[in-house]
Design a protein around this ligand. Structure first.
Ligand SMILES: [Zn+2]
Length: 198
């Protein structure tokens, strides 16, 4: 969330080279001892293939302090954990506004949204994982799962970084970046063709 571009982490040198070749990634860091490669990509939109609804984990989680595990895990209206109370009403507010306010104050859960995907340009290099606590990303995953459950293909999707500037109550402009999953735009006609056609 804090980063303004995609960061790809891999332990595989060939995967790092392939990704860098496709998206112009700059090697940010290499840990030679552990063979970890970090690439900052130059592109906001990455075409991906999703296997199906099972590639998405989209929950609301309120963590305890000091990493002692979650206190509240739900889907917004029903508990998902612990197993013996799964399905019970969780008590989260119905309105998104109230949910966000509860999460901000530390009393309510925030999104824990995870996606497994393949690169459409190089499906053979393996699975990648993206996790975010962004509400927008969580909403986009819910919409994609609904589409796939109705029979839409998980191919031809893209993960994209959206940049927003919001003005705080004190009048300060703050820019932030969040990921979303969406159906890939069809290829745009290049401007040169538009000129020729005119
Ligand atoms: Zn809840």
């Amino acid at each position: 969330m804090a980063l303004s571009s995609w960061l790809v982490t891999t332990t595989n040198k060939e995967v790092a080279a392939t990704v860098s070749g496709l998206y112009g990634g700059r090697l940010r860091r290499t840990d030679r001892q552990q063979e970890v490669f970090e690439l900052m990509l130059d592109r906001d939109a990455i075409a991906v293939n999703i296997d199906g609804p099972g590639s998405v984990v989209n929950r609301m989680v309120l963590e305890q302090e000091e990493g002692r595990g979650p206190i509240h895990v739900c889907d917004g209206s029903n508990l998902l954990e612990p197993m013996d109370s799964a399905g019970d009403l969780c008590g989260c507010p119905k309105s998104v506004f109230d949910r966000k306010a509860a999460a901000r104050s530390g009393h309510g859960p925030k999104p824990d949204a995870r996606l497994s995907f393949r690169l459409a340009a190089a499906p053979g290099v393996g699975m990648f994982f993206l996790a975010s606590s962004s509400w927008e990303f969580s909403d986009s995953l819910s919409a994609a799962v609904l589409d796939m459950e109705r029979g839409a293909s998980g191919a031809g999707m893209e993960i994209c970084l959206q940049r927003k500037v919001v003005t705080t109550r004190s009048g300060m402009a703050v820019s932030y970046v969040h990921p979303i999953l969406s159906v890939a735009e069809p290829d745009f006609v290049a401007p040169v063709h538009l000129q020729l056609a005119a």
